[in-house]
Structures are given as structure tokens and as C-alpha cells.
Design a protein around this ligand. Sequence first.
Ligand SMILES: [Zn+2]
Length: 106
Amino acid sequence: MGLLDSLLKLLGAGRTPADEGLYYYVRCDKCGEKIRFRVDPRWDLAPNYDDGDQASSYRVTKHIVGQKCFRPIEVTLTFDQNRKESGRSVTGGQMITAEEYESDTR
Ligand SMILES: [Zn+2]
């Protein structure tokens, strides 16, 4: 590592605040439009207090509306105590992968 690199590292150059958002992709059942949406685990998750004070899980519901048919797609994601995704359900569309989203998007 060169002197310049060390210096830049010391100054924290090139470090950007981490984006904590999770990106998800859905395809509309009606028109086939692919839509990307973002969930921020810090702000979007609502705790479930099933037993006691400790949140046992988290849940977020998003209504995704595309540009083509304006039909809302309802996506419900559940997360465990460690805010790791533990389940998902989609009404009006299908979850797709980032690869599917990026392939032949028009
Ligand atoms: Zn649609």
C-alpha cells in the first residue's frame, strides 16, 4: 500500500454512509411491469409484540403501484428478531430477482 493510499484511508476517503435499505423486485400480475422498491429495516419494520415487551418479529406491508396499470401490488414481508427476512407474501404480483428485473426491462 502506498503512502497516498494510507493517507486517504486515514482521512476516510471514499467511504460513503452505508445504505441499509433492502431492495426487492416484483412483477405485476396484470401488466407484467417490473417494479423495484426499497425497505429500510431501520424505519419500515413494525414490531409484533406477541408475547411480552420484546418484539418477537417484525412486519412491513408495502403497496407498490407501477406506471402502467396502477393496480397496487401488496407485499408483506416478515422479519425475525434479528431483522432477517423470514417470510413474504405478495398479492397481485410475483417477487422476482434483481437479475430478472434487470433483464430486458422496458
Ligand atoms: Zn400492472
